[in-house]
Design a binder for this molecule. Structure first.
Ligand SMILES: NC(=O)C1=CN([C@@H]2O[C@H](COP(=O)(O)OP(=O)(O)OC[C@H]3O[C@@H](n4cnc5c(N)ncnc54)[C@H](OP(=O)(O)O)[C@@H]3O)[C@@H](O)[C@H]2O)C=CC1
Ligand SMILES: CCCCCCCCCCCCCCCC(=O)[C@@H](N)CO
Length: 359
């Protein structure tokens, strides 16, 4: 072998051993592609977390169904205090006028108006559409709709008249569908708006005594999630509110015939004042948060039951990821205590029945 041949074979060997250099452009291409894929995935994950721009209540037109009493009236007051124009929707005209006077006490300028419209939100869509049209003609397009008209019935499943189940769905569910349907087209055209559905903690957990009430409040969640997906590109944000027991005429009425079990279980979250609740709900709707909860139990329930519901901030998403397992653990203790309340009440009832018989 000549020395020339020796050198050339050494070069080929060297090239062979070190030929990975030739792959460098491909490796770089792969790395860049991986980065692009990771970036796109990250964008997908982050995009639903981007917070909406808060709604300015000053000068906005806010329609509150159930605005003549309780939580609805306090929501109207809270919005009015921030400069909004208000339409109160309910059936009883006298109660509406009284509520209008209460709301007007909180004016911050002399242009503000409170309009009252009397309609049953649950019976006839055309009527609801007409009153919303009239309100829009007087106070301009609706910027925020608060669906708060509703009622509650509690009792044992087999003891409640079957009619009650229908009433709950008609008022609590359809009574929120109709007003929403009446405002949504204009909101989409204007590419702005807020819709609030007032559900309940009993719309996150099915409770003893609420076999008629809870489903009507759960139904709102399905509506809100589906609607939010449809209207998000139009810059419309939906808020689900989940209040605990709140000191209103409805709670007082409900307490007259509430089963002991329902009372004892509901006490877990305490009783809140309607103005406290309204402040939190309005703040969340203005920010465009999907879920609005009240108090520490409310916070845990919402994180625990978030499922596939929309998320509107990075902190909210992170909190859900981190807390879910812990809250489920805590929830098992709560469920255990609810079961024991139900069992104890049953045993007590049976004992007192047996005692009655003996007498
Ligand atoms: N209070 C509580 O403990 C809790 C309440 N909630 C929910 O909050 C909402 C408000 O409750 P709350 O403030 O306590 O109740 P209130 O009874 O104090 O107020 C209910 C309001 O809804 C109106 N309303 C009732 N039926 C109709 C109807 N068919 N058409 C139009 N308006 C109607 C009432 O006026 P009118 O009768 O004149 O029509 C009234 O303005 C309800 O949806 C309730 O389920 C949720 C969690 C807890
Ligand atoms: C980690 C898990 C925490 C779990 C906490 C569970 C607390 C359950 C309390 C339920 C209260 C239901 C109030 C219903 C109010 C209502 O809608 C009626 N008053 C209407 O009039």
């Amino acid at each position: 072998m000549s020395s020339e041949e020796g050198i050339s074979s050494a070069i080929t060997d060297w090239l062979f051993v070190n030929s990975w250099w030739l792959l460098l452009p491909f490796i770089m291409l792969l790395v860049v592609a991986a980065f692009i894929v990771a970036f796109v995935l990250l964008l997908y994950m982050i995009s639903p977390l981007i917070s909406p721009k808060p709604l300015k209540l000053n000068g906005a037109h806010v329609v509150v169904t159930g605005g003549s009493s309780g939580i609805g009236k306090c929501i109207a007051i809270e919005c009015y205090r921030q400069g909004a124009f208000i339409t109160l929707v309910a059936r009883d005209e006298e109660k509406l006028l009284r509520a209008k006077k209460d709301v007007e006490k909180y004016a911050i300028n002399d242009k503000q108006v409170v309009l009252c419209v009397s309609v049953d939100v649950s019976s006839d869509y055309t009527q609801v559409e007409n009153v919303i049209k009239q309100a829009q003609e007087k106070l301009g397009p609706v910027d925020m709709l608060v669906n708060c008209a509703g009622t509650a019935i509690s009792g044992k499943f087999e003891e409640m008249e079957v009619e009650r189940f229908k009433e709950m769905i008609e008022l609590n569910y359809l009574g929120s569908v109709y007003p929403t349907r009446a405002v949504i087209t204009t909101m989409k055209e204007r590419r702005m708006g807020r819709i609030m559905f007032v559900s309940s903690q009993a719309g996150q957990i099915g409770l003893f005594g609420y076999t008629a009430y809870s489903p009507s409040k759960f139904a709102l969640r399905g509506l809100a999630e589906a609607l939010q997906m449809e209207v998000k590109p139009y810059n419309i944000y939906v808020t689900m509110a989940f209040p605990p027991d709140t000191d209103t005429p409805l709670l007082a009425e409900e307490n007259k015939s509430k089963p002991l079990e329902t009372k004892l279980i509901s006490e877990t979250s305490g009783v809140w004042q309607p103005d406290q609740v309204a402040k939190i709900l309005v703040r969340d709707a203005v920010q465009g948060n999907f879920s609005s909860s009240v108090g520490p139990d409310g916070y845990m329930l919402s994180a625990l039951t978030c499922g596939m519901s929309p998320v509107t901030s990075i902190t909210e998403g992170l909190q859900q990821i981190v807390t879910m397992g812990l809250f489920r653990t805590i929830a098992l203790f709560y469920l255990g205590s609810f079961d024991s309340i139900v069992r104890r009440c049953m045993i007590q009832r049976e004992q007192s029945k047996a005692a009655d018989k003996r007498e």
